[in-house]
Design a protein around this ligand. Sequence first.
Ligand SMILES: [Fe+2]
Length: 404
Amino acid sequence: MPDSLTSKYSYIRQHSLNLAAPLSAEDQCVQSMPDASPAKWHLAHTSWFFENVVLAPHLPNYQVFDEAFAYLFNSYYEALGPRHPRPQRGLLTRPALSQVWAYRHHVDQAMQRLLSHPDRLSPQTLALIELGMNHEQQHQELLLTDALHLLSCNPQLPAYDASFVHPSAHLGEVQWLTFEEGVHTFGRSADQAGFSFDNETPSHQRVVQGFQMANRLVNCGEYLAFIQDGGYDNADLWLSEGRAQVLQHGWSCPLYWLAPNDPRAPADHWQVFGLNGLQALDLNAPVANLSFYEALAFAQWSHARLPTEFEWELASGHAAMQDMHSKVWQWTRSAYEPYPGFVPASGAVREYNGKFMVGQQVLRGSSFATPALHSRHTYRNFFPASARWQFSGLRLAKDLKHSF
Ligand SMILES: [Fe+2]
């Protein structure tokens, strides 16, 4: 990652275009489900964020590229006006992709003017620029997960990039690392150096009961054993809501797995569809594209449980922990709640995180699709319990049993 703010901005903006490059213009326009967005929309919306949050309020005489884009590419910011309905983003055949590229260029030129005199920028403006860059990195991961979902809907199961390399994971017997009961500090203080989202603040103390945590991620071989043991049919393992999802949607394996003799691509073995197309299932790869419900049922079957987000954060500092980052996000048993004393960021970006703090589970770590330097041990990702299209897996935890 480049050092100066200007080159860091340019690097991040170019990376979005690099990620979209393997996709055709047709690929980039389609929305495969309401939760996912077209790549073209991601490219436009991240520019809309810089235009509306940074440039319009902070660059004198900034000329808006196109007044209509404020409506088309606002995601959920009530303070910034009405917006196009999320489930209909795929209907935006206009503006053309070439116009979105022109929009990005226009915003980038204005941002370079703003960034050319960093000494004149207030701490508040610098913080918004930093937020805009981190926002774009979040959308870079979504661009990939949304593209994979889209391509999975094509009967030909085309690869995003045939040379894309999916990660392997730490192998070997699981080691259970023990953490004794204690009071620990979690989260980030607002004055700590380096970027963090407001949902990571403030730092605060909590009592954590003794627990054990697996040193490595759950892999596909272990998850296959759960399937072959009838895990999806065993109601005892599932939350009521999870069981209902299994029955309603016919879930019998992770989102992109194909069982032997799947009519989409018959084979005598399990296969998985990834960014590199259809591949034989790698039993050593970390299991991914699970809902929270599936992760929890697997943990039940394993006579273990999911860690809380605080156990995860505490364990992340242990030298023996493997693959905490850069492989798959890890579901936790923690509901996405504000930390004690949480105060949302001010201005329009107060809507960034705080208003979503209900009905979602926290995921910790980061995935192979998370951009470089966009992960940290206090990072809190969050999705509804039924979400399966993210690169979401798990590691196991257990209560610490004392013998008295
Ligand atoms: Fe966004």
